[in-house]
Design a protein around this ligand. Structure first.
Ligand SMILES: Nc1ncnc2c1ncn2[C@@H]1O[C@H](COP(=O)(O)OP(=O)(O)OP(=O)(O)O)[C@@H](O)[C@H]1O
Length: 252
């Protein structure tokens, strides 16, 4: 579908600021998200991660700063741009009375009406480990982990150029986390720019090309996986993760 259109990557944030009332939540955030790259966003509770996701997804207009998507400096994130990114928030936001397959087919139908294609629902759901006998059961009967898989499947079904995932591992068991990690690497290799927040430090170390530490609304550290120094990346990334605190969500 992207056809001859200009890519929306890299996404570049410059001096993004946000306050809610008198509370300053983001202060001068600069961030670049490149195609074919997974960036891990880490920070303590309340550091501003979800606020940053909302701004990137176009669901919150920042108070200050610039958002650039490919060649375009964007004021409002319009529908055309929104169709090319996907955001998975904490809550799965599915239609509870519909089955997993029907949720994805509805999404595909809406995209089709706008002239956009989607991957077949069953393929994507299977790729994220949803059992075949669950495809047509109402999502309201699913565990949180299963619902999360469906939300993630819907997010990737449209081959988004930007994939925003706010704590996608939270409700998944070890097998689910590993399946999702594999799916994210496949999305990256397909060409997506991915921003991922998580407290699952092991998975972050495994999948991320870069880690960014947000503290009190400011990016205070960035480490990049170098081609020739994997051990160095692991050591520097571990330092960044240690700044966030213990890995208390790893088993979540
Ligand atoms: N709509 C809002 N109105 C007022 N304050 C808000 C609003 N949204 C977020 N905040 C505040 O902004 C700060 C950052 O919140 P945010 O949800 O972005 O943090 P976070 O890093 O995602 O935290 P967590 O890890 O707990 O999800 C918090 O102090 C929060 O209370």
């Amino acid at each position: 579908m992207s056809g001859a259109r200009e890519p929306i990557t890299p996404i570049v944030l410059r001096s993004i600021s946000q306050r809610f009332g008198r509370k300053v939540v983001l202060r001068g955030v600069d961030l670049e998200l490149r195609a074919r790259s997974i960036t891990g966003l880490v920070g303590a509770n309340g550091a501003g991660k979800t606020t940053l996701f909302l701004i990137l997804a176009g669901l919150l207009q920042p108070d200050g700063g610039e958002r650039r998507y490919g060649e375009r400096v964007v004021g409002d994130i319009d529908l055309e741009l929104r169709a090319r990114l996907a955001y998975v928030a904490h809550a799965p936001q599915l239609y509870p009375g519909l089955g997993a397959r029907a949720n994805l087919e509805l999404f595909a139908e809406l995209r089709r009406a706008a002239g956009l294609s989607s991957r077949p629902a069953d393929d994507v759901l299977r790729g994220l480990g949803l059992p075949a006998d669950a495809l047509d059961r109402p999502v309201s009967t699913f565990s949180r982990g299963m619902a999360q898989r469906v939300a993630l499947a819907r997010a990737v079904a449209g081959d988004p150029e930007l994939l925003l995932l706010d704590e996608p591992f939270t409700a998944l068991d070890a097998r689910g986390r590993s399946q999702l990690a594999g799916a994210l690497l496949a999305e990256r290799d397909r060409g997506a720019a991915i921003l991922l927040s998580s407290h699952d430090q092991g998975t972050l170390l495994r999948v991320c090309d870069r880690l960014v530490l947000l503290e009190a609304g400011a990016i205070v550290r960035e480490v990049e996986r170098g081609g020739d120094d994997p051990a160095g990346f692991a050591a520097r990334a571990s330092e960044v993760l240690a700044a966030v605190g213990p890995d208390d969500h790893a088993a979540a």
